[in-house]
Write a protein that binds this ligand. Sequence first.
Ligand SMILES: [Zn+2]
Length: 481
Amino acid sequence: MRRILCCALGGLLLLGMFGLSACKKDGPSRAEYSIRGEFFPEENKIAAQMTVSVPNNSETVFTSLSFELWANAYREGAQYPPVSKTYAPAAYYAGESWGGIEILSVGGAKGYEVCGEDENILSVALEEELYPGERAEIEISFETLLPQMDHRLGVGEHTVNLTHFYPALCAVGEGGFLEYVYSPYGDPFVSECADYELSLTLPAGYRIASNGTSIVHTEGDKQVLELNASGVRDIAVVLGKQMELLSDSAGKVPIEYWYIEDGAPQETMKAAKDALSYFSRTFGEYGYSRYVLVQTDFPYGGMEYSGLAMIAEDLPKEDVAAVVAHETAHQWWYGMVGSDQFVHAWQDEGLAEFSAALFLGAYPEYGGSYEETVARSVSAYRAFYSLNEQLEKNNTAMERPLTQYAGEYEYRNLAYDKGVILFDRLRATVGDRKFFSGLKNYVSEHSGRIASPEDLMGCFHRAGADVEGLFRSFLDGTCVI
Ligand SMILES: [Zn+2]
């Protein structure tokens, strides 16, 4: 995600145990989701049945499975709501509105309960123990209520954003399933790659953008979206009655740009094409069959999913290229190479923001430059640091879970700005050859997996750069900037 905040605010995973990349076919098997549902706009509701086949790729025996119920963060009284008080008035465009997910039944299991710190987890007790290498198949029937809201999940002013409307299998860490709460700051979603089939019935009249490959056919006065996506961390669907489509490609990769209102859609498309081409050359080949950019109702700059990125429909024109570059970079740093962004938010956000700086440096026609972008992060961070000193808050460690940020301002400065400074210092210290070789190693070695900070450091190490001391000084908050 990229936030435009400017003035208003003045566990390690088992390496190699998990899913495959969007492009790799070797390694352990992936979870397989099959979801059949219908969207009822008059009730702002999706009713669906989901069958999920879950492999045990760990070295322990599972007696239960845990799923994230992200939609429950949108319910009234949620302890960890999806939007902060700062952004709530803009996001809730029609006043307060609530959503949530109700589990109606779970088949193929001994029992289930909705639990977790904030009703955010569906725990399914298995009928039999699930040993490493085995699979369990369960069926979940659910209804998801969509808030009237401009956000990741909701009926917005112009678009209906359908992401994480289904129970999503928790990733597995050293201590078992990673059960994270939502957060108004950052992106709490940590998913291993999986294969999805979605069949979604909806009234005629909507245009549909989605990741994966999709076809739409009509059935009477309704239409049905059939979506297939392999090796993705999520599925994302955006519905709109006024969306326009512009199609192009970057090399062999088709690009779709869906927009609501854009005075210069060709320019936005060009930024997406240039960014996709540049990052493919710089980091390694793009890993999905197509790239979909969608202008949506969204309270911040943008949001990434596997093979699809959202950008806010009200972005200032001068920010469009940087936001498109940041979200496109997330296809590498989130989509292809996953990380535990709940605990190490800097790992994908810092890299995505730094990648946008690289892009602006390589394409001066977008009006920015690498040096200016880095200098802006340095001055923003110094202002933040100075304010912290005055408040006698001396903890500037980048390593912390999302729940331990004091607010958006701290999150922005530590995960994004300090992240940019970290990667810029690293580049200056080890030189371009080793730096870019390290990033290419990171993509080739960890696509399709969830990489730890040590994995990232190891990739630079194998490129001949000894970077651990520098990383540690940033992550622990001991470096001087
Ligand atoms: Zn981001």
